[in-house]
Design a protein around this ligand. Structure first.
Ligand SMILES: NC(=O)c1ccc[n+]([C@@H]2O[C@H](COP(=O)([O-])OP(=O)(O)OC[C@H]3O[C@@H](n4cnc5c(N)ncnc54)[C@H](OP(=O)(O)O)[C@@H]3O)[C@@H](O)[C@H]2O)c1
Length: 384
């Protein structure tokens, strides 16, 4: 296993981390297949994986309660006496915080669930611009300071699926140790994006990547146009290997989390990690990656540059974001993941269904996009 230093913490983390959001189950998401999950962790740790990522709701029946992932990990680490072998990362469910007391309540509950008195990396989960001020008002920074001071957490961080500008604002608001962001070769210009990734690295913030295979879509639902490019390359790798190698090639990336739910996936990703050095792809391999990106991008529906001239929309619609979700859905063969984000990330008022067809956006659009028609398509695509 290769290791990289995690930002300014200088902790040496395995470049492949184990994401515990997609553990093997017995049919229903809240029923972890303990036997298989135990074997996966045994093997991952034996092969040098030393970073485990979980969160309060993972493997729960809804996002409003505690799931089974933390409970499983707590039992696994305590019963096998392995807490000292790994870095444990979990996340505070920010969307469930109502009162200042909730901050302490969740942390204490999570420590119990994880059967530990210290969490190595404690992240604010899924920060969104629309609720950020609420968290500041609850006193989240003072809470983090005090939990570090009394040793309940060692390092702080946050995860987000929001946009670059908001990401930078959060980065600059507190002396975080790490950030967790969605990144893969199709996400260079969405969410935090390449600009955010580079910003984090410049600030010497630990960078942990989530959804490196876009939740599996880049590995398992490859469109024929892309399949053809992979087939023509002399270097034989499957799509998951290419996607992971793309990330480890980036010096800004410290650690890539993957959600592996079979031994085959784990063994394969461990093998890929053996060659995951920064700047290790050849010029030819980088060219192939560019071709693949272009083949995906050729499938996009609308040439929006997200310049934002169309904003603010009098009805409150987040036009660039709606069009970005439409493009992402068009690139992939499966829209379910993107549909989830469309509803999770945007406020109700920002959805395409609020369009009154006033047309002000089209008068000012720098790309001459028929925005009203496109918003209808967004509405139809996501069943809005
Ligand atoms: N903070 C947040 O908001 C947030 C959000 C998302 C994720 N995360 C964390 O980040 C972790 C990683 O994200 P992710 O689970 O979405 O990672 P991912 O690696 O993009 O997707 C995992 C899925 O990819 C497929 N896969 C993995 N390895 C494969 C291989 N070698 N060959 C073929 N398919 C393969 C599997 O899909 P199938 O099951 O379909 O086979 C697996 O379930 C999560 O587990 C979680 O801990 C955090």
């Amino acid at each position: 296993m290769l290791y990289r230093e995690l930002g300014s913490t200088r902790e040496k983390v395995s470049i492949l981390g184990f994401g515990c959001m997609r553990l093997p189950t017995l049919g229903s998401y809240d029923k972890i297949d303990l036997k298989k999950a135990n074997s996966l962790l045994d093997h991952a740790l034996q092969e040098g994986v030393n970073y485990l990522d979980t969160a309060y709701p993972y493997h729960g029946i809804s996002n409003s309660g505690g799931g089974e992932s933390e409970v499983f990990l707590g039992a696994y680490l305590a019963e096998n006496n392995r807490h000292d072998e790994v870095y444990l990362a979990t996340k505070l469910p920010t969307w469930l915080l109502k009162e200042p007391e909730d901050l302490e309540k969740f942390l204490d509950e999570q420590l119990k669930r994880l059967r530990t008195d210290q969490i190595d990396f404690y992240l604010l989960h899924s920060l969104k611009e629309k609720q950020w001020f609420h968290l500041e008002d609850l006193g989240v920074f003072e809470f983090l300071d005090s939990a570090i001071a009394d040793g309940r957490i060692k390092y702080t961080g946050f995860s987000t699926h929001d946009e670059t500008a908001f990401f930078k604002e959060v980065v600059d608001s507190y002396p975080w140790d790490l950030c967790q962001l969605q990144y893969n070769y199709l996400d260079e210009n969405i969410q935090v994006g390449k600009e955010g990734l580079e910003y984090a690295a410049e600030k010497n913030l630990g960078v942990v990547i989530m959804e490196p295979l876009k939740g599996g879509v880049l590995a398992n639902q490859v469109p024929p146009e892309v399949e053809k490019i992979w087939d023509e390359v002399n270097v034989k790798r499957n799509p998951a290997e290419w996607a992971l190698r793309f990330l480890w090639n980036l010096p800004e990336v410290n650690l890539v989390l993957s959600g592996m739910n079979t031994m085959e996936q784990l063994v394969e990703n461990l093998k890929t990690a053996e060659e995951g050095l920064p700047d290790s792809l050849s010029a030819l391999e980088n060219e192939v990656m560019e071709k693949v990106k272009m083949a995906y991008h050729a499938k996009i529906r609308v040439e929006c540059s997200a310049c934002g001239y169309c904003m603010p929309c009098p009805s409150g619609i987040n036009i660039p974001q709606c069009l970005s979700y439409l493009n992402q859905a068009a690139m992939l063969n499966d829209i379910s993941n993107i549909q989830g984000q469309y509803y999770f990330m945007l406020k109700d008022t920002e959805h395409a269904s609020n369009c009154l067809e006033c047309g002000l956006c089209e008068e000012i659009c720098t790309q001459k996009i028929p925005i009203r028609e496109m918003l209808k398509e967004v509405k139809k695509t996501f069943g809005d």
